[in-house]
Design a protein around this ligand. Structure first.
Ligand code: PLP
Length: 384
């Protein structure tokens, strides 16, 4: 059996967790949390990072920082995980769903601009599969209409966009950006996330929201002599046990990434030479401005019948491949409340995209077997 995903442990996690326990402090914002924040500052240039219990929570923090007033709208792709939308709706925003590009499931900048109204406050974007949205166009629109930008970079660790002719790291564009360390992502802590605050005007409020609406962080830095309740907030910070686990993953990020990228290339090389497969499936496309962080390998079937057919055929051979997002604008929850736009490209990816197994321990032999099995399906299907 080849699973779709398998969480990878670098081996150092348990010793760091033991070290946290031995230190006598395992609640949040301690030694390992600081180590993770420092890691992101040194290696990624993130000025203000706050570890969170999930990317969903980081998105909620971003939503609180956006400060929605009644009627305020946010622009968001329909082809995304529910949290990208829930987080902003819970905190008072009204979603305006936008279609993705035909060649890639990232949001279509032209559609963003068409749907901006006087009520629009925020553009929320998702770097799907760790492949950058078109940041040149999106940042230009945000500037012209004076809108906030939130990057849902849950899948986008270690990825870049060429911006003004220079490679710039994803997670550094928006006023806020969020990452996920859920077990299905490239680096993991079971559940876990990160809020990046790129706009310094929001740094201190972000810290307060993170610490349950108190100025406890400033107190511990010795900046004030007592701490208290100063704003809204919640418990968004993870325990030191999570941070200790994550720190070990960060230390091994380069190694994890090189293995994932190798497997991604293996898939690409084998599939791109296979005429039988290419007659029924398209390979994922990476725009010239984007880099690939090997978060995902997906195919897009030329029709939905082949997508579902391939999933069941692979399953019968012990390979778990899976589809992805159902269009949120067509969900029962949304349709009860709103009538929205028609989003044809989103619906195509909902019906036709298939993700292949990709994880650290997969191995090239499994990839050979998976590609052979896809070929078998294509030959069998074409001859009937
Ligand atoms: C995984 C994911 C999330 C949610 O992350 P959690 O850490 O599980 O809350 C949100 N958005 C996108 C695009 C994701 O892929």
């Amino acid at each position: 059996m080849i699973p779709f995903n398998k969480p990878y442990s670098t081996g150092k996690e348990t010793s760091y967790i033991k070290q946290a326990l031995a230190s006598g402090k395992i609640s949040g914002n301690g030694f390992f949390t600081q180590k993770c924040h420092d890691w992101f500052k040194t290696n990624y240039g993130f000025k203000k990072s706050l570890l969170t219990t999930s990317c969903t929570d980081a998105l909620e923090m971003a939503a609180l920082l956006c400060d929605f007033e009644k009627g305020d709208e946010f622009i968001v792709p329909s082809y995304t995980f529910v949290s990208t939308v829930n987080a902003f709706m819970i905190h008072g925003g009204k979603p305006v769903f936008i279609d993705c590009l035909r060649e890639h499931p990232c949001i279509d900048p032209l559609e963003i601009e068409k749907n901006i109204s006087t009520k629009t406050k925020v553009i929320v974007i998702v770097h799907y599969a760790g492949i950058s949205c078109d940041m040149n166009q999106i940042m230009n629109i945000a500037k012209r209409y004076n809108l906030l930008v939130v990057e849902d970079a849950a899948q986008a660790i270690d990825s870049y966009c060429t911006f003004n002719d220079k490679k710039q790291r994803l997670g550094t564009f928006g006023n806020f950006a969020t990452f996920s360390f859920h077990e299905t992502k490239n680096i993991i802590s079971g559940e876990g996330g990160l809020l990046v605050v790129n706009d310094s005007r929001y740094e201190s409020r972000a810290e307060i929201i993170w610490e349950k609406g108190t100025n406890r962080s400033a107190f511990f830095r010795g900046e004030i002599d007592k701490y208290g309740w100063v704003d809204l907030g919640s418990s968004y910070l993870p325990s030191e046990i999570i941070a200790a686990f994550l720190y070990s993953q960060l230390e091994h990020l380069e190694e994890i990434q090189s293995v994932r990228k190798l497997f991604w290339k293996n898939y690409y090389n084998l599939l791109s030479q296979n005429k039988d497969i290419l007659s029924l499936f398209d390979l994922m496309k990476i725009p010239a401005y984007a880099t690939n962080n090997a978060h995902m390998f997906y195919l897009v079937a030329k029709n939905s019948h082949h997508r579902d057919g391939l999933i069941s055929f692979l399953k019968s051979k012990g390979i778990l491949a899976v589809f992805h997002y159902q269009s949120l604008h067509l969900s029962t929850f949304y349709k009860q409340k709103y009538s929205g736009n028609n989003l044809p490209n989103t619906e195509i990816f909902s019906e036709r995209l298939i993700r292949l197994p990709l994880y650290y321990e997969l191995g090239s032999e499994s990839i050979d077997f998976i590609v052979k099995t896809i070929e078998e399906y294509c030959i069998k299907t074409q001859s009937t």
